[in-house]
Design a protein around this ligand. Structure first.
Ligand code: SIN
Ligand code: FE
Length: 291
């Protein structure tokens, strides 16, 4: 059940009640919800952004931060830059609208975080292992602690030549935790305070964030795990939209170019089954409160 498919083709339409139940159960269990015929349509002028030259050649992605209305990672200037920001904002709104129809119980609790645009081909972009998203990992970001909140991401493949975006999906989060948590170090006393003081983290890195980051790193740095862990490839077609709790689903991007992505944060208490959250899984395993 790594990928659950829905024949839903209207971004602003509600799913039928039965499909909504299926969506919520699958999502919270760590599956990807795939909408193969739910395209995010670019506006005519936006086709000019379908080029690697849109990126600045340094950052991994073009990124828009709604909190301070800042666009980064792009070489575009002037009117191009404003148009690109508008494209990302439009995607953000459409992702929010989609969630209203798919997971309405989340809607009042969703916090809109960054929007990204990924114009560089996944293949042939050498990265140090820790930043290499072609390796299986759960999402956790060194500078952005979530303090237990979920990371829910909506992706759209906008590739104009029809190339799919190919992901690998791994074992259930419980299995990942069982495998790696016994090897992880405890957070160092005082370190989270210092990181926040130095501005390295945006807010306090909680024990939960420490363990999530450690899991992210441990999985990526374990070559044997990367080689031998249970996994399967899935192709997300051009013109498709998909969503996933990326802090829970072990994933890796293997191939593809031109995708949009919107991140949301969701308090664990807004889930139908909070006990399935990484926060609760880790707390049960470690026998202590993590936030
Ligand atoms: C990731 O979240 O690890 C990368 C996903 C993608 O770019 O398709
Ligand atoms: Fe990721």
């Amino acid at each position: 059940m790594a990928v659950e498919t829905f024949e839903h083709s209207r971004r602003n339409g509600a799913l039928a009640d039965r499909d909504r139940q299926r969506a919520l159960a699958a999502l919270e269990a760590g599956a990807v919800l795939l909408f193969p015929s739910l395209a995010f349509d670019l506006q005519p002028g936006e086709a000019r952004f379908l080029s690697p030259a849109t990126a600045d050649g340094e950052a991994k992605n073009v990124s828009y931060d709604p909190l301070n209305d800042a666009l980064s990672g792009t070489a575009c200037r002037g009117g191009d830059r404003a148009d690109l920001a508008r494209m990302l904002q439009r995607f953000a709104s459409s992702a929010e609208q989609l969630l209203t129809g798919v997971t309405p119980s989340y809607s009042p609790h969703l916090e809109r975080a960054r929007t990204s645009y990924r114009p560089i081909a996944v293949e042939g972009r050498p990265m140090p292992p820790i930043s290499d998203d072609t390796l299986l990992h759960v999402d956790a970001f060194p500078s952005r602690p979530t303090a237990g909140k979920r990371i829910l991401r909506v992706f759209a493949n906008v590739n104009p030549s029809g190339a799919p975006r190919v992901w690998k999906l791994g074992e259930p989060f419980e299995d990942l935790a069982a495998r790696f948590v016994p090897r992880l170090r405890r957070p160092l006393p005082g370190r989270a305070w210092l990181l926040e003081r130095l501005g390295t983290t945006l807010g306090r890195r909680t024990a939960y964030d420490h363990y999530m980051l450690s899991l992210h790193d441990a999985a990526k740095l374990d070559a044997a795990y990367q080689r031998n862990a249970p996994s399967a490839s899935h192709a997300f077609p051009a013109g498709a939209t998909w969503m996933v709790f990326s802090d829970m689903a072990l994933h890796a991007a293997l191939a593809g170019q031109y995708a949009l992505e919107q991140t949301f944060h969701l308090p664990v208490t807004a889930m139908r089954t909070p006990a399935q959250s990484p926060l609760r899984v880790l707390e049960r395993r470690l026998g202590r409160v993590l936030v």
